[in-house]
Design a protein around this ligand. Structure first.
Ligand SMILES: Cc1cc2nc3c(=O)[nH]c(=O)nc-3n(C[C@H](O)[C@H](O)[C@H](O)COP(=O)(O)O)c2cc1C
Length: 171
């Protein structure tokens, strides 16, 4: 699928069919995360693929009751080791959140190519998700997404005009 069509077609999907995601599709999505850039190429991430019904139900509880998360075949969770990532990003922070966000987004775009839906889940309790998925310190949980077959096409939420976003040459 042409890249700009992929970017345009991606929507947050909040309703899923229970259909299983084939392994080859899942591997291609995960590979898109593997190939993401990261500060100093640290690749300090883990991608957790959760399919067990009890785990997915528990994750709903840790994600403010967002029930649609458990409808999808898979819940994908991105974690990054905050001590192993690049430590001097912009001389004011470490790169764990940036690295994890890029990997997550690459997988979300790959999912579109595979006919799969995703929805970035940022409303979660890190401690809750950590406990359910046994995520050790010093990994931080960057985000989760359901990964599965969309039950609907999702809504066009609109965007600001490009002219409102761009500064040419200087601010
Ligand atoms: C950091 C972040 C956190 C988000 N958290 C949630 C969430 O917890 N639940 C949810 O339904 N959508 C969540 N979203 C999805 C946004 O609401 C969505 O991307 C935005 O409304 C634009 O819609 P679109 O993704 O369909 O283009 C999150 C998105 C981002 C980038």
């Amino acid at each position: 699928m042409e890249f700009y069509r992929v970017v345009q077609e991606r929507r947050s999907i909040r309703s899923y069919l229970p259909t299983k995601v084939a392994d080859d599709k899942l591997v291609r999505v995960l590979t898109a995360g593997q190939l993401a850039p990261s500060g100093k190429n640290a690749q300090a991430w883990k991608f957790i693929v959760s399919r067990e019904a009890e785990l997915k139900a528990a994750l709903v509880g840790a994600c403010k009751g967002q029930k649609f998360i458990a409808e999808a075949d898979i819940v994908l969770t991105v974690c990054v080791d905050q001590t192993a990532c690049y430590q001097d990003h912009g001389a004011y922070m470490t790169s764990f959140a940036v690295d994890g966000a890029i990997a997550m987004q690459q997988m979300m775009l790959a999912a579109v190519v595979e006919g799969l839906g995703t929805c970035w889940i940022g409303a979660f309790s890190e401690e809750g998700v950590r406990e359910i998925l046994n995520v050790p310190e010093p990994y931080r949980i960057i985000g989760l997404t359901p990964l599965g077959y969309p039950a609907n096409a999702g809504k066009d939420r609109g965007r600001k005009e490009l002219a409102q976003l761009i500064k040419w040459e200087k601010w």
